[in-house]
Design a protein around this ligand. Sequence first.
Ligand code: SF4
Length: 333
Amino acid sequence: MGKEALQNLLGPLDDASHAALLEKARRATLQRFGRTVQIYAPVYLSNECVDTCLYCGFSRTNRIPRRTLTVDEVVAETRHLIAQGFRHVLYVAGEHPLHVSPDYLESVLHSVRPLLSSVSIEVAPFGEGVYRRLAAAGLDGVVLYQETYDRSRYAEVHVAGPKRDFEKRLSHLEDAARAGIRHMGMGILLGLSDWREDAVALVGHVRRMQKRFWQSEIAISLPRLRPCESDYAPPHPVPDRDFLQLIAALRLALPDVGLVLSTREAPALRDRLIGLGVTRMSAGSRTEPGGYLHPEESLKQFEIEDRRSPADVAAAIEKKGYEPVWKDWENLL
Ligand code: SF4
């Protein structure tokens, strides 16, 4: 699909064309991914962060209690998720070179990898050498969102810290791919900039990555900005109708790419999206370190909307005629 065709899919649509697009996306998803939806959960390792990002609850200048889990605490949180059925866990942390160092992550991976089918991280970016070390310790996925491809908005919201370097952030995903990490997570933070322009840029970035690193499997995530400690009002809020259009358009533009949906979204909308472009959903998430065993509202990164238990989310998937998959099925092939 060329740039013009993509721009047409993303352009303003009347109700009939909007409905037709969603139906096309539903059929394309069924054809490529079958009747399965993978379920995963995040474990928040730390809310320490050296960056100032205006939209994030963990931003350095926010006066919130800070903590980093010990490796034993990480294992306890992981076991709690395993008891609920999860075998695919995403470990999340703010950017902090001392608290969330390569050594710390290596210890976490050595402890949790034998318990799980698939382990990904969404933490500070590293260079190729560190990614190689982490891959050797069992890491198989790296999630690194560019947040927005609009450089001036990027500079405006990333006020201080290493994340402020737009180009460097772009290059780190390539470092991970070169290090042999197989699963790549990419994405934009909806609400920061014009979603249509960001989507065109994201598709271009994904295609460049696919061309250069054809062995990597890419999934994209489209979180919408949620209320958090930072009290940041999104300059470009994305209504539900546009959000549905975006997911459907990306499904058609990138037919082989997984689409991830988080618990930031409300249950009714999440249920509507089952089978409609989305291939992976988080469930039962807590967004603060230690949140599964010791919930502590003041530590969290953002508010979640879908507060259903993992079992309830799995039941909702089944009700739609799809199968919830708790393992990374690709690894079983
Ligand atoms: S978005 Fe990431 S880097 Fe920025 S403040 Fe939040 S945790 Fe830190």
